[in-house]
Design a binder for this molecule. Structure first.
Ligand code: SF4
Length: 359
Protein backbone atom coordinates (compact mmCIF):
# COMPACT_ATOMS: atom_id res chain seq x y z
CA UNK A 1 0.00 0.00 0.00
CA UNK A 2 1.40 3.42 -0.91
CA UNK A 3 1.99 5.60 2.16
CA UNK A 4 -0.65 8.22 2.98
CA UNK A 5 1.58 11.27 2.98
CA UNK A 6 4.83 11.93 4.76
CA UNK A 7 5.53 13.37 8.19
CA UNK A 8 8.52 14.71 10.09
CA UNK A 9 8.52 13.43 13.67
CA UNK A 10 10.42 15.24 16.41
CA UNK A 11 11.73 12.33 18.45
CA UNK A 12 13.53 12.44 21.78
CA UNK A 13 13.42 8.71 22.35
CA UNK A 14 11.21 9.23 25.43
CA UNK A 15 7.90 7.46 25.84
CA UNK A 16 5.65 10.22 24.48
CA UNK A 17 7.47 10.88 21.21
CA UNK A 18 7.93 7.13 20.64
CA UNK A 19 4.17 6.62 21.05
CA UNK A 20 3.40 9.57 18.77
CA UNK A 21 5.64 8.02 16.14
CA UNK A 22 3.89 4.65 16.48
CA UNK A 23 0.44 6.28 16.21
CA UNK A 24 1.29 8.18 13.02
CA UNK A 25 2.94 5.18 11.39
CA UNK A 26 -0.05 3.00 12.28
CA UNK A 27 -2.10 5.21 9.93
CA UNK A 28 0.14 4.39 6.97
CA UNK A 29 1.99 7.71 6.95
CA UNK A 30 5.67 7.62 5.99
CA UNK A 31 7.74 9.07 8.82
CA UNK A 32 11.15 10.62 8.91
CA UNK A 33 12.32 11.16 12.49
CA UNK A 34 14.51 14.06 13.55
CA UNK A 35 16.39 14.48 16.80
CA UNK A 36 17.89 17.78 17.93
CA UNK A 37 21.23 18.30 19.62
CA UNK A 38 21.21 21.61 21.50
CA UNK A 39 24.56 21.39 23.29
CA UNK A 40 22.68 21.17 26.60
CA UNK A 41 21.64 17.50 26.44
CA UNK A 42 22.84 15.80 29.63
CA UNK A 43 23.15 12.28 28.24
CA UNK A 44 24.79 13.43 25.00
CA UNK A 45 27.28 15.53 26.99
CA UNK A 46 28.07 12.46 29.12
CA UNK A 47 28.51 10.39 25.96
CA UNK A 48 30.90 12.95 24.49
CA UNK A 49 32.90 13.12 27.73
CA UNK A 50 33.34 9.34 27.65
CA UNK A 51 30.55 8.26 30.01
CA UNK A 52 28.88 8.85 33.37
CA UNK A 53 30.85 9.16 36.62
CA UNK A 54 30.03 5.47 37.31
CA UNK A 55 31.75 4.48 34.06
CA UNK A 56 28.63 3.55 32.08
CA UNK A 57 28.03 5.20 28.70
CA UNK A 58 24.40 6.24 28.05
CA UNK A 59 22.80 5.31 24.75
CA UNK A 60 21.36 7.90 22.37
CA UNK A 61 17.71 7.10 23.05
CA UNK A 62 16.36 8.77 19.92
CA UNK A 63 18.60 6.65 17.71
CA UNK A 64 17.62 3.55 19.69
CA UNK A 65 13.88 4.34 19.39
CA UNK A 66 14.18 4.95 15.65
CA UNK A 67 16.10 1.70 15.18
CA UNK A 68 13.51 -0.20 17.25
CA UNK A 69 10.72 1.15 15.06
CA UNK A 70 12.74 0.86 11.85
CA UNK A 71 12.42 4.55 10.99
CA UNK A 72 14.95 6.79 9.24
CA UNK A 73 16.30 9.41 11.63
CA UNK A 74 18.24 12.63 11.03
CA UNK A 75 20.35 14.04 13.83
CA UNK A 76 20.07 17.84 13.70
CA UNK A 77 22.76 19.85 15.48
CA UNK A 78 21.30 23.23 16.45
CA UNK A 79 24.01 24.10 18.99
CA UNK A 80 25.66 27.29 17.85
CA UNK A 81 25.45 31.08 17.90
CA UNK A 82 21.79 31.39 16.87
CA UNK A 83 20.61 28.96 19.54
CA UNK A 84 22.81 30.62 22.17
CA UNK A 85 21.47 34.08 21.21
CA UNK A 86 17.97 32.73 21.79
CA UNK A 87 18.95 31.45 25.25
CA UNK A 88 20.44 34.79 26.22
CA UNK A 89 17.28 36.73 25.33
CA UNK A 90 14.24 34.45 25.15
CA UNK A 91 11.18 36.33 23.95
CA UNK A 92 8.90 34.26 26.18
CA UNK A 93 11.25 34.19 29.17
CA UNK A 94 12.73 31.41 31.26
CA UNK A 95 11.05 28.56 33.08
CA UNK A 96 12.04 27.68 36.65
CA UNK A 97 15.75 27.70 35.79
CA UNK A 98 17.73 28.73 32.68
CA UNK A 99 15.29 26.89 30.40
CA UNK A 100 13.63 29.04 27.74
CA UNK A 101 11.36 26.13 26.75
CA UNK A 102 8.82 28.06 24.68
CA UNK A 103 11.47 29.82 22.60
CA UNK A 104 13.48 26.61 22.37
CA UNK A 105 10.46 24.70 21.01
CA UNK A 106 9.82 27.47 18.47
CA UNK A 107 13.50 27.36 17.44
CA UNK A 108 13.36 23.59 16.93
CA UNK A 109 10.04 23.68 15.12
CA UNK A 110 11.28 26.28 12.68
CA UNK A 111 14.06 23.87 11.79
CA UNK A 112 11.51 21.06 11.58
CA UNK A 113 9.46 23.19 9.17
CA UNK A 114 12.52 23.72 6.96
CA UNK A 115 13.14 19.97 6.94
CA UNK A 116 9.45 19.34 6.17
CA UNK A 117 9.68 21.66 3.17
CA UNK A 118 13.00 20.18 2.02
CA UNK A 119 11.62 16.63 2.25
CA UNK A 120 8.31 17.48 0.60
CA UNK A 121 6.54 16.25 3.75
CA UNK A 122 2.98 17.17 4.70
CA UNK A 123 3.23 17.86 8.41
CA UNK A 124 5.36 17.80 11.55
CA UNK A 125 4.41 15.93 14.71
CA UNK A 126 5.68 15.83 18.28
CA UNK A 127 5.05 13.83 21.46
CA UNK A 128 3.73 16.88 23.32
CA UNK A 129 0.82 16.30 25.68
CA UNK A 130 -1.58 19.12 26.54
CA UNK A 131 -1.00 20.33 30.10
CA UNK A 132 1.87 17.96 30.83
CA UNK A 133 4.38 20.73 31.44
CA UNK A 134 3.42 23.89 33.29
CA UNK A 135 4.33 26.51 30.70
CA UNK A 136 5.40 25.11 27.36
CA UNK A 137 2.49 22.68 26.99
CA UNK A 138 -0.44 24.88 27.98
CA UNK A 139 -3.13 25.17 25.32
CA UNK A 140 -2.37 28.84 24.56
CA UNK A 141 1.38 28.17 24.46
CA UNK A 142 1.02 25.25 22.06
CA UNK A 143 -0.84 27.63 19.75
CA UNK A 144 1.86 30.33 20.06
CA UNK A 145 4.62 27.80 19.31
CA UNK A 146 2.77 26.56 16.22
CA UNK A 147 2.19 30.11 14.97
CA UNK A 148 5.70 31.44 15.63
CA UNK A 149 7.26 28.37 14.02
CA UNK A 150 5.28 29.02 10.84
CA UNK A 151 3.56 25.64 11.12
CA UNK A 152 -0.06 26.71 11.52
CA UNK A 153 -2.30 23.74 10.75
CA UNK A 154 0.68 21.51 10.01
CA UNK A 155 1.82 20.70 13.54
CA UNK A 156 0.15 17.58 14.93
CA UNK A 157 0.30 16.43 18.54
CA UNK A 158 -1.01 12.87 18.11
CA UNK A 159 -1.29 12.18 21.86
CA UNK A 160 -3.62 15.17 22.45
CA UNK A 161 -4.95 15.75 18.92
CA UNK A 162 -8.62 15.21 19.76
CA UNK A 163 -8.44 17.99 22.36
CA UNK A 164 -6.88 20.44 19.89
CA UNK A 165 -8.21 22.13 16.73
CA UNK A 166 -8.34 19.98 13.60
CA UNK A 167 -5.14 20.15 11.56
CA UNK A 168 -4.64 20.20 7.78
CA UNK A 169 -3.52 16.51 7.53
CA UNK A 170 -6.65 15.47 9.47
CA UNK A 171 -8.86 17.62 7.23
CA UNK A 172 -7.16 16.27 4.09
CA UNK A 173 -7.64 12.67 5.17
CA UNK A 174 -3.97 11.81 5.76
CA UNK A 175 -4.75 11.23 9.43
CA UNK A 176 -7.93 9.80 10.93
CA UNK A 177 -8.67 12.02 13.94
CA UNK A 178 -10.64 9.21 15.58
CA UNK A 179 -7.46 7.12 15.79
CA UNK A 180 -5.47 9.88 17.49
CA UNK A 181 -5.61 10.37 21.26
CA UNK A 182 -7.09 12.79 23.80
CA UNK A 183 -4.44 12.68 26.53
CA UNK A 184 -3.86 15.63 28.85
CA UNK A 185 -2.12 16.30 32.13
CA UNK A 186 0.87 14.86 33.88
CA UNK A 187 -0.30 11.28 34.53
CA UNK A 188 1.49 8.81 32.30
CA UNK A 189 -0.68 5.79 33.09
CA UNK A 190 -2.44 5.75 29.72
CA UNK A 191 0.85 6.18 27.87
CA UNK A 192 2.29 3.20 29.74
CA UNK A 193 -0.77 1.07 29.00
CA UNK A 194 -0.54 2.02 25.33
CA UNK A 195 3.17 1.22 25.29
CA UNK A 196 2.43 -2.25 26.63
CA UNK A 197 -0.21 -2.73 23.94
CA UNK A 198 2.35 -1.77 21.29
CA UNK A 199 4.98 -4.06 22.78
CA UNK A 200 7.33 -1.22 23.83
CA UNK A 201 9.24 -2.44 26.86
CA UNK A 202 11.70 0.28 27.82
CA UNK A 203 11.98 4.02 27.58
CA UNK A 204 14.16 6.66 29.25
CA UNK A 205 13.24 9.56 31.53
CA UNK A 206 10.53 11.94 30.28
CA UNK A 207 11.90 14.68 28.04
CA UNK A 208 13.06 17.72 30.03
CA UNK A 209 14.84 15.63 32.64
CA UNK A 210 17.67 15.34 30.16
CA UNK A 211 18.35 19.05 29.55
CA UNK A 212 20.96 20.96 31.57
CA UNK A 213 18.93 24.14 31.18
CA UNK A 214 16.19 22.72 33.43
CA UNK A 215 18.71 21.80 36.13
CA UNK A 216 18.74 24.13 39.14
CA UNK A 217 22.49 23.93 39.79
CA UNK A 218 23.31 24.44 36.11
CA UNK A 219 20.93 27.42 36.00
CA UNK A 220 22.75 29.01 38.94
CA UNK A 221 26.09 28.62 37.12
CA UNK A 222 24.61 29.94 33.88
CA UNK A 223 23.25 33.15 35.42
CA UNK A 224 26.36 33.58 37.55
CA UNK A 225 28.50 33.45 34.39
CA UNK A 226 26.42 36.19 32.76
CA UNK A 227 26.51 38.29 35.95
CA UNK A 228 30.30 37.82 36.12
CA UNK A 229 30.69 39.01 32.54
CA UNK A 230 28.52 42.02 33.25
CA UNK A 231 30.70 42.79 36.30
CA UNK A 232 33.76 42.59 34.05
CA UNK A 233 32.12 45.06 31.66
CA UNK A 234 31.83 42.45 28.89
CA UNK A 235 28.06 42.37 28.42
CA UNK A 236 25.94 39.22 28.09
CA UNK A 237 27.60 36.71 25.78
CA UNK A 238 28.02 32.97 25.63
CA UNK A 239 29.71 30.56 23.22
CA UNK A 240 29.86 26.79 22.84
CA UNK A 241 33.10 26.54 24.84
CA UNK A 242 31.37 28.33 27.73
CA UNK A 243 28.66 25.68 27.59
CA UNK A 244 31.27 22.91 27.86
CA UNK A 245 32.88 24.63 30.88
CA UNK A 246 29.45 25.10 32.49
CA UNK A 247 28.93 21.35 32.37
CA UNK A 248 32.29 20.53 33.98
CA UNK A 249 33.71 20.87 37.48
CA UNK A 250 32.89 22.67 40.71
CA UNK A 251 32.41 26.41 40.18
CA UNK A 252 33.46 29.09 42.68
CA UNK A 253 32.81 32.83 42.52
CA UNK A 254 35.86 34.44 44.15
CA UNK A 255 35.01 38.06 43.25
CA UNK A 256 32.36 39.69 41.04
CA UNK A 257 34.59 39.28 37.98
CA UNK A 258 36.79 36.33 39.10
CA UNK A 259 35.70 32.72 38.86
CA UNK A 260 37.38 29.36 39.46
CA UNK A 261 36.38 25.98 37.96
CA UNK A 262 37.88 22.88 39.59
CA UNK A 263 37.76 19.48 37.85
CA UNK A 264 36.08 16.62 39.74
CA UNK A 265 37.33 13.70 37.68
CA UNK A 266 40.18 12.85 35.32
CA UNK A 267 37.80 13.34 32.39
CA UNK A 268 36.81 16.81 33.64
CA UNK A 269 40.46 17.73 34.17
CA UNK A 270 41.11 16.90 30.52
CA UNK A 271 38.07 18.92 29.44
CA UNK A 272 39.22 21.96 31.43
CA UNK A 273 42.73 21.74 29.97
CA UNK A 274 41.33 21.47 26.46
CA UNK A 275 38.89 24.36 26.97
CA UNK A 276 41.18 26.73 28.93
CA UNK A 277 40.67 29.32 26.19
CA UNK A 278 42.92 32.11 27.51
CA UNK A 279 42.37 31.34 31.22
CA UNK A 280 45.04 30.57 33.82
CA UNK A 281 45.48 26.84 34.59
CA UNK A 282 46.19 25.74 38.16
CA UNK A 283 47.20 22.32 39.51
CA UNK A 284 49.19 20.89 42.40
CA UNK A 285 52.82 20.64 41.27
CA UNK A 286 53.72 17.45 43.13
CA UNK A 287 50.58 15.81 44.52
CA UNK A 288 47.81 14.35 42.40
CA UNK A 289 44.73 16.53 42.25
CA UNK A 290 42.41 18.55 40.10
CA UNK A 291 43.09 20.88 37.21
CA UNK A 292 41.42 24.26 37.66
CA UNK A 293 40.69 27.21 35.39
CA UNK A 294 40.66 30.78 36.57
CA UNK A 295 38.61 33.36 34.65
CA UNK A 296 39.15 37.09 35.23
CA UNK A 297 41.97 39.18 36.66
CA UNK A 298 42.52 38.11 40.27
CA UNK A 299 44.06 40.31 42.95
CA UNK A 300 46.48 38.82 45.51
CA UNK A 301 43.64 37.64 47.80
CA UNK A 302 41.78 35.85 44.97
CA UNK A 303 45.03 34.23 43.80
CA UNK A 304 45.66 32.90 47.30
CA UNK A 305 42.06 31.69 47.60
CA UNK A 306 42.10 29.97 44.20
CA UNK A 307 45.35 28.14 44.96
CA UNK A 308 44.12 27.13 48.43
CA UNK A 309 40.93 25.68 46.94
CA UNK A 310 42.90 23.68 44.36
CA UNK A 311 45.14 22.39 47.18
CA UNK A 312 42.07 21.44 49.23
CA UNK A 313 40.72 19.12 46.52
CA UNK A 314 44.00 17.26 45.86
CA UNK A 315 45.82 14.38 47.56
CA UNK A 316 47.82 16.88 49.62
CA UNK A 317 44.70 18.29 51.32
CA UNK A 318 45.82 17.14 54.81
CA UNK A 319 49.31 18.64 54.54
CA UNK A 320 50.35 21.98 56.01
CA UNK A 321 51.07 23.32 52.55
CA UNK A 322 50.87 22.21 48.94
CA UNK A 323 52.93 23.49 46.04
CA UNK A 324 50.71 24.89 43.30
CA UNK A 325 51.71 25.45 39.71
CA UNK A 326 50.03 28.48 38.18
CA UNK A 327 50.25 28.64 34.39
CA UNK A 328 49.25 31.93 32.76
CA UNK A 329 47.80 31.86 29.24
CA UNK A 330 50.97 33.52 27.90
CA UNK A 331 53.00 30.51 29.11
CA UNK A 332 54.48 32.13 32.23
CA UNK A 333 54.57 29.53 35.02
CA UNK A 334 54.81 30.31 38.70
CA UNK A 335 55.08 27.87 41.62
CA UNK A 336 54.27 28.65 45.23
CA UNK A 337 53.26 26.81 48.40
CA UNK A 338 49.88 27.41 50.04
CA UNK A 339 47.97 25.84 52.94
CA UNK A 340 44.86 23.98 51.67
CA UNK A 341 41.63 25.85 52.42
CA UNK A 342 39.92 24.12 55.34
CA UNK A 343 37.19 26.66 56.05
CA UNK A 344 34.23 24.59 54.81
CA UNK A 345 31.76 27.40 55.49
CA UNK A 346 33.77 29.71 53.23
CA UNK A 347 33.95 27.03 50.52
CA UNK A 348 30.16 26.68 50.73
CA UNK A 349 29.70 30.43 50.37
CA UNK A 350 31.98 30.66 47.34
CA UNK A 351 30.46 27.64 45.64
CA UNK A 352 27.95 28.11 42.81
CA UNK A 353 25.21 27.39 43.56
CA UNK A 354 25.88 28.73 47.04
CA UNK A 355 25.85 25.81 49.48
CA UNK A 356 26.47 23.44 46.59
CA UNK A 357 28.41 21.17 48.93
CA UNK A 358 32.08 20.76 49.68
CA UNK A 359 32.52 17.46 47.84
S1 SF4 B 1 13.86 21.21 28.29
FE1 SF4 B 1 15.67 22.09 27.24
S2 SF4 B 1 15.61 21.17 25.18
FE2 SF4 B 1 13.57 20.88 26.07
S3 SF4 B 1 12.37 22.64 25.40
FE3 SF4 B 1 13.23 23.18 27.41
S4 SF4 B 1 15.13 24.26 26.95
FE4 SF4 B 1 14.54 23.15 25.07
Amino acid sequence: MAPRGKAIGMISGGLDSTLALALVRAQGVEVKAINFYTGFCITETQRRKGGRPDGTVPANEALRAAADLDVEIEYVDISGPAYLDMILAPRYGYGANANPCVDCRIFMMRRAREIMEREGADFVFTGEVLGQRPKSQRRDTLRVIERDAGLEGRLVRPLSARLLPETIPERDGLLDRARLLDLSGRSRLRQMALARELGLTSWPQPAGGCCFLTDEAFGAKFFDLLDGRAAAGEGRHLDNDDVVRLTAGRHFRLAPAVKLIVGRTEAENRVLEAYAGGRALLAAAVHAGPVALLEGSPGPEERRLAAAIVARYGKGKDLDSVEIEWREPDGVVERFAIPPLRDEALIERLRIPSGGGAR
